[in-house]
Ligand binder design. Structure first.
Ligand code: ADP
Ligand code: ASP
Ligand code: MG
Length: 410
């Protein structure tokens, strides 16, 4: 007998927010089953459950142990898998739910941001043989000491992509509350356009720079193993966006999309002596404290002293302040340190930028005509990012979307 084809489907929190929506998901899974597929369904916690759990933890402790945070957060997905299994039973389907640990998702021990090391497919394949739909709790795994771990916020995406890889699935379908990946967040830009396809490289930049629709790490895995992803709506049957290897036609498009990331802060260390070793000392201390430094700018010095600015995630700001204080004691000799939390990182992304000039000029021109000031700039082959004031973020996204004509079909 020929082996059945496999599909992995993932449903995000908003798609399973209440019993009606869970029943709707069960119907969609059944439709896919009726088309003859073996199916693994990955589900996130109901609605905003993970946020609620984190708020509860914060009410108990200002600094909860990460192991216990994982114990707590993983409960969210355990609720949704069981409810979806029941909904499928109601439709007369054979289905069984599993936690990450039960299904053999092995991770390292970095609680709250663990990396998947291996997935055993034995249990899933046994269930397929019994004719069952397999439902897996997203966002969680277990380490070698059988401790529960979680895979970073938005981590159900990586659970789905990794399962699609190990099962050699035909496609990994990501069902969400928008119809695909758009030229900008459709909640921010009314005439944002749904993309038919986007390359892994572009999606990785897009996601890392704020486009929440996919978790960035999941795209790294998909790209490494060439897992085709279809991002689509859980509320209608329309074709969504394919995330795949770059195809030739894609290069014609200069800018694929515009995105903005909040939740970062700018740090300026003023009047650092402009001599070899000063920057190295500062960033060495920050690296040792595992602080993820992003954009870095050093001013030209006229007086033998200079300013160094960089961005860090806002959640790391307190630790950054502590590290700089400690470095100062160890003779960084900086005179003043400034912190600014009211910033946003605005970016345009597109593989076509590799071979075109003038894109940066157009971006800066569009911002200038809106009187939006640029604080910092960084570029790579396929993206340009600017730090601007947080209050200007929405206006800036709209201005760039207009300036690059992203609403028009290319
Ligand atoms: P889920 O709960 O299904 O995982 P998320 O909230 O993580 O859903 O991601 C979907 C959200 O991502 C959308 O509601 C949308 O507001 C946001 N988003 C941001 N940028 C984009 C973009 N470029 N295209 C589509 N959605 C985007
Ligand atoms: N429930 C987790 C979160 O909110 C994982 C996910 O939704 O993908 O981050
Ligand atoms: Mg998500």
């Amino acid at each position: 007998m020929a082996k059945k084809k496999i599909i992995v489907q993932k449903y995000g929190g908003t798609s399973v927010a209440d019993p009606e929506k869970i029943k709707n998901v069960a119907k969609r899974v059944k439709e896919c089953r009726d088309r003859g597929y073996d199916i693994v369904v990955v589900v996130s916690a109901l609605g905003k459950t993970t946020d609620t759990l984190l708020r509860l933890a914060a009410e108990i402790s200002g600094d909860p142990a990460e192991r216990e945070l994982d114990m707590l957060m993983s409960t969210g997905e355990q609720v949704s898998v069981a409810l979806l299994a029941m909904a499928l039973h109601e439709l007369g389907e054979k289905a069984i739910s599993f936690t990450g640990a039960q299904v053999g998702i092995m991770t390292d021990s970095s609680h709250t941001k663990a990396r998947i090391l291996d997935i055993s497919t034995k249990r899933i394949r046994e269930q397929f043989k019994k004719g069952r739909i397999v439902i897996v709790a997203g966002f969680q795994g277990t380490n070698l000491d059988q401790e529960i771990t979680t895979l970073g916020r938005g981590g159900s995406d990586i659970t789905a992509v990794a399962l699609a890889k190990v099962l050699n699935a035909e496609v990994c379908e990501i069902y969400t509350d928008v119809k695909g990946v758009y030229t900008a967040d459709p909640r921010m830009v009314r005439n944002a356009r749904k993309l038919e396809s986007i390359s892994y490289d572009e999606m990785l930049e897009f996601a890392s720079l704020g486009a929440q629709v996919m978790q960035a790490r999941s795209i790294e895995v998909a790209s490494k193993f060439n897992v085709p992803i279809h991002v689509r709506a859980s509320f209608c049957g329309e074709q969504g966006t394919m995330i795949c290897k770059e195809v030739k036609k894609m290069e014609d498009v200069l800018v694929r999309g515009v995105t903005v990331k909040k939740g970062e802060a700018k740090v300026t260390v003023c009047d650092v002596p402009d001599k070899p070793g000063e920057a190295s000392r500062l960033f060495e201390y920050l690296a040792k404290a595992a602080i993820n430094v992003d954009m870095i700018i050093q001013n030209v010095s006229r007086t033998g002293r200079t300013d160094i600015s960089f961005t860090v995630p806002s959640s790391d700001l307190k630790r950054t302040q502590e590290v700089i204080k400690a470095t100062n004691k160890k003779k960084t000799n900086a005179i003043e340190v400034k912190f600014d939390k009211d910033i946003a990182k605005l970016s345009i992304v597109g593989v076509g930028m590799r071979s075109h000039s003038g894109v940066a000029a157009k971006m800066f021109g569009a911002l200038a005509s809106e009187k939006i000031n640029i604080d910092m700039i960084s570029t790579s082959e396929i993206k340009i990012s600017c730090v601007i004031k947080k209050k200007d973020a929405v206006g800036a996204v709209k201005a760039l979307h207009r300036a690059f004509g992203l609403h028009k079909k290319k």
